[in-house]
Design a protein. Structure first.
Length: 290
């Protein structure tokens, strides 16, 4: 039996979490411009969520498909963390090199949902995100990461990387409650209707899974407990990877918003100063911030 799903409504005017305690706001560079998802609708929400946590957000929009990507040179340096809402045409070699250098030398990076579909042929990017999907990814890209018998294992079996069943609300299970991003969160919380990504695969180097969700076969899933929230060490940089956030419904979930805020702060600084809000989803109730 599925848990009862109830959507509670909060006023937009009320911040979900206290603002950061840093003297200067963290500087965020939010990337968009191409995506097989509706980035024009989701970017403003991502921006507001981050700004609600006291961060200063700049948006850099890539050219449309078939336009010259070489003209797009995001200013990675000077920002504490880069958040990607991008899935599209490969970046120019110059931009790839600049981004790799930015993260490798200590810059923060947050990959949101379909950003893990991007750049299957860019080896450094695949190391940054740990695991990804689609774009021809398969066993040559790396293993699946499975949670079995209370531990994570590398599944090297053959198969494509990336799929999902029917969008639906689902329970997110925290598997590492001691990490700064998830410390203080309930062990389980209900997430709003979303695509539950499964069968992601990749190098999985320096990867720590913070939370999973069960991709039930009844909804078209893999039948496995799949990684939802992850962190990756890449050189001196820190990466937070969330598979959540397909559309505005999913992004308005308090669970998504709070983990994005905390993940961005951790990627930028290595710590989290934000407190978990009192109003946070339980294991059987979706909580929306709108």
């Amino acid at each position: 039996m599925r848990p009862l799903t109830i959507c509670l409504m909060l006023a937009l005017a009320v911040p979900m979490t206290p603002t950061l305690t840093a003297a200067e706001p963290l500087k965020v560079l939010l990337l968009d411009g191409q995506n097989n998802h509706n980035w024009k609708a989701t970017t403003p929400l991502l921006r507001k969520i981050l700004e609600d946590a006291g961060m200063k957000v700049e948006v850099s929009t890539a050219p449309a498909k078939a336009e010259d990507m070489a003209k797009w040179t995001p200013a990675f340096k000077g920002h504490d963390v880069v958040v990607s809402n991008y899935n599209g045409t490969p970046w120019s070699k110059e931009t790839q090199t600049a981004f790799d250098e930015y993260v490798k030398t200590g810059g923060g990076f947050v990959a949101v949902h379909a950003a893990n579909n991007s750049f299957p042929a860019w080896s450094e990017y695949n190391e940054m995100i740990g695991v990804g999907g689609w774009g021809g990814r398969n066993e040559k890209s790396g293993p699946y990461i499975r949670f079995k018998d209370d531990k994570f294992v590398r599944d090297e079996s053959k198969g494509n990387g990336g799929s999902h069943g029917k969008a639906h609300p689902f329970v997110v299970s925290v598997r590492n409650g001691e990490h700064p991003i998830t410390k203080g969160l309930p062990k389980e919380f209900m997430h709003a209707q979303d695509e539950l990504y499964d069968r992601l695969r990749g190098p999985a180097k320096g990867l720590t899974v913070l939370a999973t969700a069960f991709a039930d076969k009844s909804t078209g899933g893999s039948g496995e407990h799949e990684p939802m929230l992850m962190v990756i060490d890449y050189g001196k940089g820190r990466v937070f990877h969330t598979t959540l956030g397909h559309d505005t419904t999913a992004i308005k979930c308090v669970g998504f918003a709070v983990t994005l805020q905390r993940g961005a702060e951790w990627a930028a600084t290595g710590k989290v100063t934000q407190k978990v809000p009192e109003k946070f989803p339980s294991a059987d109730k979706v909580l929306s911030w709108e």
